[in-house]
Design a protein around this ligand. Structure first.
Ligand code: AMP
Length: 120
């Protein structure tokens, strides 16, 4: 599958559409999810063209992988989520119900989130 340069997160990275940005470093960008599912719902994306975890893990440089994880950690600290806990979530592909084909991690917190998956 080829990377879609016009996916919504690619357009956010090019500043073609706005986002409520909370953190940025050389390799990653973090912004509020436009349809929050929890009081805190932040998305962290790499700046490189990676569709999903598979190609990020296989092809990103060490600098990109470390910087991405540092961005996730920075957001968790900034929103003081470590005290009561939070959830990291990353949907991949068809079975994962991934909507946006640019690798991203959801950071969810600010309330008791309940069980991670329904059984249906
Ligand atoms: P998924 O690909 O299923 O892991 O989720 C994509 C997420 O992106 C959803 O939670 C959407 O609410 C969110 N989203 C879609 N468009 C935007 C946007 N323009 N700004 C911020 N979040 C967005």
């Amino acid at each position: 599958m080829e990377y879609d340069k016009n996916n919504v997160f690619a357009r956010i990275l090019r500043k073609e559409i706005p986002a409520n940005i909370v953190y940025e470093n050389d390799v990653a960008l973090a912004f509020h999810d436009v349809y929050p599912k929890a009081p805190t719902h932040i998305l962290v994306i790499p700046k490189g063209e990676f569709i999903a975890f598979d190609d990020f893990a296989a092809q990103a440089s060490a600098e990109e992988i470390i910087g991405f994880n540092q961005a996730v950690h920075h957001v968790i600290q900034t929103f003081s989520l470590q005290e009561k806990g939070y959830r990291l979530l990353s949907n991949q592909g068809l079975h994962g119900c991934q909507e946006v084909p640019h690798y991203h991690v959801h950071i969810l917190g600010g309330k008791h989130l309940g069980p991670p998956l329904s059984s249906s």
